[in-house]
Design a binder for this molecule. Structure first.
Ligand code: OAD
Length: 241
């Protein structure tokens, strides 16, 4: 059996990583994406943007995968071919043991030169972080090769998705027997178009989300459960099927 699990920020919420659009706790309720998550924002104030992503990188390194991440990895160990197609920039799927993870929105824990693409070892984005709770201005390091500024390895609004992750996601969908959508509001395209594409191909789409989302009207099944509860149940059901 082949499964595609499409995950969003709700997947990591129970690990302690805030989502983007949940009222009150979502990052975009407290911070302005125009000032932090666009190429223009980085050009305007690189210290603000670098400092904010350094804070988020430190936060992700402190937390652990939750029972939902573990359940997906367990499905793979049980013999199901699982491709995780994630909008998340953390590494919690990998740390839980999933081996085929495609990051549509890049990697928070990797940075590179904005001009020549060079990386550095160790990666400066994961250097020990002394800043406060919500990020503080911190100058991004300069590239040893071309002296360009280092930027976080995430996809910002207005940027294209990485080709390799997108193609891997599409080809996984083409092979899949079913799709599970977990913890996404379904508002950010092109990732949000994948469940519709799956249904168009005749695949069964199950959504796991305690709330309804922009996708709920177009899925076959909606389990109003958290990622950890829903995925644990799904792994058990598949094991005993
Ligand atoms: P959102 O913050 O838009 O949506 C999070 C979803 O998770 C909501 O539908 C919640 O109901 C749901 N949720 C909350 N807690 C949950 C839990 N414990 N279990 C399951 N679901 C839960 O996050 P995304 O849809 O991932 O882009 O956002 C998409 C993109 O917008 C992100 O990748 C990011 C952001 O701007 C970039 O960084 C490029």
């Amino acid at each position: 059996m082949r499964l595609v699990v499409l995950t969003g920020a709700g997947m990591s919420a129970e690990s302690g990583v805030p989502t983007f659009r949940d009222a009150l706790t979502g990052l975009w309720a407290r911070f302005d994406p125009e000032r932090l998550a666009t190429p223009e924002a980085f050009r305007r104030d690189p210290d603000l943007v670098w400092g904010w992503y350094r804070w988020r990188a430190a936060q992700v390194q402190r937390v652990q995968p939750n029972a939902g991440h573990a359940a997906i990895a367990a499905m793979e160990r049980d013999g199901i071919e699982v491709d995780v197609v994630t909008q998340n920039v953390d590494d919690l799927h990998e740390r839980a043991g999933s081996t085929r993870v495609h990051h549509l929105h890049g990697h928070l824990l990797q940075s590179r030169c904005i001009d020549c693409g060079a990386t550095a070892e160790p990666d400066p984005i994961v250097a020990p972080y002394e800043g406060g709770d919500e990020g503080r201005h911190e100058a991004p390091p300069r590239c040893a090769r071309c002296s360009g500024l280092f930027r976080p390895g995430v996809v910002w609004f207005g940027e294209a998705l990485p080709d390799d992750a997108w193609s891997a996601g599409i080809s996984a969908l083409e092979r899949a027997d079913g799709v599970v959508v977990v913890g996404t509001s379904g508002l950010v395209h092109p990732a949000a178009s994948l469940p519709g594409l799956a249904r168009w191909r005749g695949l069964h789409v199950l959504e796991i989300n305690p709330q309804t989302s922009a996708l709920t009207h177009d899925v076959d099944e909606h389990w109003a459960m958290t990622a950890s509860a829903g995925l644990t149940r799904l792994a058990e059901e598949l094991r005993s099927a």
